[in-house]
Design a binder for this molecule. Structure first.
Ligand code: ZN
Length: 204
């Protein structure tokens, strides 16, 4: 399986990093090794002094999709979870300055924990109005709603599937709202969809 991620998909987050909101989706990949086994902590890697949390709604693809039109995209995901797109911001800055790809900053081991449970799409009255948030040590640090996405779920699937064939079990990280920040040893992160706690993660 593969993990597809969308960058700068909430205008307020693009702004906080001083980036323009992109005119087409900004897309990157993470490998399967970016997942974290259930109940394992996240260990801050030795190569970074600035690991940022980016909480994101995650789509689970349920059937093969190639060059899908946006109007049919809803048929290709059947569940929504939540994940953290861990980013080595210092490494990313260096890569960007040198004009190099970001993979070391984004696709490293355990950089994409996702909730053990996904919520079936039918359980949401409206996928364009899903509240989610992240707490760090009990305090809310990021809060988002899928209605504020620059490119909504259907457009993301349509766009990504023009380049990459999606397969059952692939995951799509849909972008992070404002409030990204650094994690430190002993932090506890907790991700919520609505009021439901979906994942708790200890930082080591
Ligand atoms: Zn992200």
């Amino acid at each position: 399986m593969k993990i597809i991620c969308i960058g700068r998909n909430y205008a307020e987050h693009a702004k906080e990093l001083n980036h323009p909101v992109p005119e087409e989706p900004l897309i990157f990949l993470k490998p399967e090794t970016a997942l974290i086994p259930r109940r394992h902590p996240f260990y801050i890697p030795a190569f970074s002094n600035e690991i940022h949390h980016e909480v994101e709604l995650v789509l689970r693809i349920c059937r093969p999709a190639k060059k899908i039109q946006a109007k049919f995209a809803y048929k290709y995901y059947n569940a929504i979870g939540i994940g953290i797109d861990f980013t080595a911001r210092d490494v990313q800055k260096t890569c960007r300055e040198k004009g190099l790809p970001w993979d070391k900053a984004k696709a490293f081991d355990h950089s994409a924990p996702v909730s053990p449970d996904f919520i079936p799409v039918e359980a949401f009255p409206d996928v364009r109005n899903i509240d989610f948030h992240l707490t760090k040590n009990g305090r809310t640090v990021q809060r988002g709603n899928s209605g504020d996405l620059q490119f909504d779920f259907d457009r993301i699937i349509a766009y990504a599937s023009q380049y990459f064939m999606l397969k059952q079990g692939d995951l799509i990280f849909t972008g992070t709202p404002a409030g990204v920040g650094k994690v430190a040893i002993n932090d506890v992160l907790e991700c919520f969809i609505g009021n439901r706690s979906m994942m708790r993660l200890n930082i080591k």
